[in-house]
Design a binder for this molecule. Structure first.
Ligand code: SAM
Length: 181
């Protein structure tokens, strides 16, 4: 288990790798859960923890890498994302979990499983803490990728960019979804 899997609830600040965003190749209208202005997710508008992105209106094409917020804390974010129906979300590919089957499977219009494990980027604060903790044990902290992720696409713009990203296994599910469009 990688460091960022064991610190659920300890920190939300593991960021989307730039090469994944480059492969997606979109500029988003909104990042509803951002560390702040100047972060590298290409978004015209952001909400931070101080704004509470879940309590705000969402407009346009969204990129969402939700905060963990404790056990299943990402589920309300996923529900909001599916209600919004326009954008890309990235979450862990925990395909055996209840939330994957109850929240993602019935509603995701497209899924992309990137090849390889995704190395999320810790904030400076998280990295410094992990380096200190490792040093106290006589070790050197390295950012080892810990798990696979899934990108979820909603709406034509998001789905077309995932299809063309070359990141991995792309599945367009629109013809097979049972939920009313
Ligand atoms: C997993 S990080 C993703 C950051 C960035 N969107 C990315 O993809 O690199 C989640 C971010 O959500 C922020 N956050 C936590 N709670 C939030 C809330 N209620 N509203 C908005 N942002 C929040 C955290 O500060 C953190 O920067």
């Amino acid at each position: 288990m990688a460091e960022h899997e064991s610190c659920i609830g300890g920190s939300d600040d593991w960021y989307t790798p730039r090469d994944m965003l480059d492969a997606i190749g979109l500029t988003f209208d909104l990042d509803p859960c951002s560390p702040g202005a100047g972060h590298w997710v290409p978004a015209r508008q952001i909400y931070t923890k101080a704004d509470d992105g879940l309590a705000q209106p969402w407009r346009g094409l969204v990129f969402m890498n939700p905060p963990f917020g404790g056990r299943n804390g990402h589920v309300p974010w996923l529900e909001r994302f599916f209600d919004h129906r326009n954008g890309i979300a990235v979450v862990r590919a925990y395909t055996s979990s209840e939330w994957f089957h109850e929240t993602v499977a019935p509603r995701a219009e497209a899924l992309l499983f990137p090849k390889g494990k995704t190395q999320f980027i810790p904030s400076d604060e998280v990295r410094e803490r992990l380096e200190r903790e490792a040093a106290a044990k006589g070790k050197v902290w390295r950012n080892a990728p810990g798990h696979g992720v899934v990108l979820i696409g909603m709406g034509d713009t998001a789905i077309n960019s995932l299809r063309n990203s070359g990141l991995g296994l792309f599945i367009d599910r629109r013809e097979n979804l049972t939920e009313a469009a």
